[in-house]
Write a protein that binds this ligand. Structure first.
Ligand code: BES
Ligand code: ZN
Length: 453
């Protein structure tokens, strides 16, 4: 075992150089024009896994390809571990807000700046390097390994769901390990205890058949931008509670999880600092971590209408559009939320406009059981890498495939994340700490050994 960790320490500069190659590929899943880059990223990753001797294929889907690699040479009694991650990234725009270009990785102050550095290429690639460390120092892995990397996580994992369901026997594993979450603070290894689900909508409000002079027609017909603002403004009451009828019906009050959260040191001031907002605001009567991990939200992700160029233009726009998403918590069901959301929007839409509601994607919320050999192994591995045992924290984000893994494969899922607060995931100047990449590689190698023992 010490060989494995020695090997990692000796090869860290090369690991980082390889990660930089991966990061230079702009594998943006949301935009059609990046399709060749998505494929290039999948092929690049598959090449690295093949070089290590894993049985590797790039599997086609109706969307972006899935990289699947297997190594099944472990002792009969050894478990099978499925490592999951994603090689797609969020769009990098607005480009002008990046200090250095998003697809030219740069190290500053011990941080690797690049789109996808922490979400999720760095956190995925450290597992590949952990496999390399075992294979090159011992010619084998301590456990059987399936590595599954998708290219659609950032757009809802639509094609991964059927892919997993159709290959249950091939993907059968005793444990699933994922690094795509964050630590609560530097040097505090963290196991993710929950994920929120998601229900994503696009609203379009149509008024007149074409743009109108706002003097000639304003006051005579309803402005779609005004109507949309009303709709969007109707989602919350004055206490920032969601007003959609039936929205909270299935929310699990989760007294145990709430008690656990109370024990975690959560620094409101530091969290406010990360946001740059004037004040922390949210549902009245709930602490910040409760609002992030235990409570659902409705969030406007984007709005578009009328004239937004320089100077003024007196126009009454023909339509208005908003992207709106709800973060869900156990036991809310995305399909049920889609239904009550639709009913609410129809109820509050004023006369004089027509509204069109499109469902873009959804994902179920998840809570970890946090018990059993997988969690014991993870605690030992993280302590080995970071010098202290892990804490357990909720996560506000979503990884749609997680509940699916647990249900269809019947395997417990471990979220062993190496991001840090303020990492700017999905935003300009995304970064991953060099130290977390390195310690994460050690932890990823150690967890396989721990799971074998
Ligand atoms: N790495 C994130 C998930 C995440 C975010 C975990 C924050 C913990 C904290 C993942 O890549 C992601 O961004 N997922 C999307 C999923 C969505 C598009 C279905 C998300 O949460 O917005
Ligand atoms: Zn992401």
């Amino acid at each position: 075992m010490s060989d494995v960790h020695g090997y990692i320490d000796q090869n860290l500069p090369r690991f980082r150089a390889e990660l930089f190659e991966f990061l230079r590929i702009p594998s943006v899943s949301a935009r059609r024009e990046y399709q060749p880059e998505i494929r290039r990223a999948a092929d690049w990753l598959a090449g690295k896994l093949r070089d290590l001797g894993l049985e590797t294929s790039v599997e086609e889907t109706p969307g972006h390809p899935i990289v699947l690699a297997e190594w099944r040479g472990a002792a009969k009694s050894a478990p099978t571990v499925l490592i999951y991650g994603h090689y797609d990234v969020q769009p990098a725009e607005p480009l002008e807000l990046w200090t250095t270009p998003p697809f030219e990785p740069t190290v500053r102050d011990g941080r690797i700046y690049a789109r996808g550095s922490v979400d999720d290429k760095g956190q995925l690639y450290l597992h590949v390097k952990a496999l390399e460390a075992h294979l090159r120092s011992n010619h084998k892995l301590p456990v059987n390994v399936i590595l599954l990397a998708e290219g659609e996580e950032e757009v809802g994992s639509e094609h991964l769901m059927p892919f997993v369901r159709e290959r249950v026997s091939r993907l059968k594993a005793d444990a699933v390990v994922i690094s795509d979450t964050t630590m609560v603070a530097p040097d505090v290894p963290t196991i993710g205890a929950s994920l929120r689900g998601l229900a994503y909508f696009e609203l379009e409000v149509f008024g007149p058949s074409h743009d109108l002079h706002s003097g000639t027609y304003g006051g005579g017909v309803l402005n779609p931008a005004t109507a949309l603002s009303r709709i969007v403004g109707s989602f919350h009451d004055d206490d920032w509670r969601i007003t959609i009828k039936g929205f909270y019906d299935d929310v699990d009050p989760a007294p145990d999880f709430r008690a656990r959260i109370k024990e975690l040191p959560f620094d409101d001031k530091k969290f406010l600092g990360e946001t740059g907002s004037p004040k922390l605001v949210g549902e009245r009567g709930q602490s910040t971590p409760e609002r992030l991990w235990l409570r659902p939200t409705v969030e406007v992700n984007g709005m578009l209408s009328g004239y937004t160029g320089e100077g003024s233009k007196t126009v009454l726009p023909a339509k208005a559009m908003a992207k709106v998403s709800c973060r869900l918590v156990p036991n809310q069901d995305p399909a049920r939320i889609q239904k009550v959301f639709r009913e609410h929007v129809q109820r509050v839409t004023p006369e004089g406009v027509r509204v069109d509601i499109k469902v873009l994607h959804g994902g179920r919320p998840w809570r970890a059981r946090l018990q059993g050999p997988l969690y014991d192994a993870a605690a030992r591995a993280l302590e080995r890498a970071f010098g202290r045992p892990p804490v357990y924290a909720g996560e506000g984000g979503s990884i749609p495939i997680v509940p699916e893994f647990e249900e269809t494969l019947g395997a417990p899922v471990l979220l062993m994340g190496f991001g840090l607060p303020g990492e700017n995931a999905h935003a300009p100047d995304e970064w991953m700490s060099v130290e977390c990449f390195e310690k994460g590689t050690h932890a990823a190698a150690a967890v396989l050994a721990e799971l074998a023992g």
